[in-house]
Design a binder for this molecule. Sequence first.
Ligand code: SME
Length: 164
Amino acid sequence: MFDFRPDPAQPKPETYRQLCDAADALTAGERDAVANMANVAALMWEFLPELNWAGFYRMDRSVSGGELVLGPFAGRPACIRIPLGKGVCGAAAATGESQLVEDVHAFPGHIACDAASRSELVVPVIRDGDVVAVIDLDSPALARFDVEDRAGIEALAALLSSRI
Ligand code: SME
């Protein structure tokens, strides 16, 4: 039904433009946040090479001070809850700033859900000034992510702000 085939040789910004267009098309008419996150996790998995995890952690404000809880993803089963400020995801959620980590072993407090992970990109999804979720990408390759990946996922996060 949906068949996305990004050209592996094309420049990264073009891949992210196509990914955002596909995410826009899939989420525009749907108001269920879980359905939208599930489809976007699947899209990231299809569009982006060299990943071993792609998905969402959502902000759970029912916990005092807030806490991240696992959302829709593609990849291996993962840690369920992450306190704010802990690990790469918790740092992104606590600061509201993207975290681009070339070597997770060098990141203080990195949470190893999968020992195979070597690099990571986490981008907060912000709505009305609050972090409502983070997008997390993991790779078994060292320094898999660069500033073009960060810009692409930040554009995706902005698109999803009102849809998840
Ligand atoms: N490595 C992350 C935890 C989430 S998993 O990678 C899916 C972190 O340090 O926050």
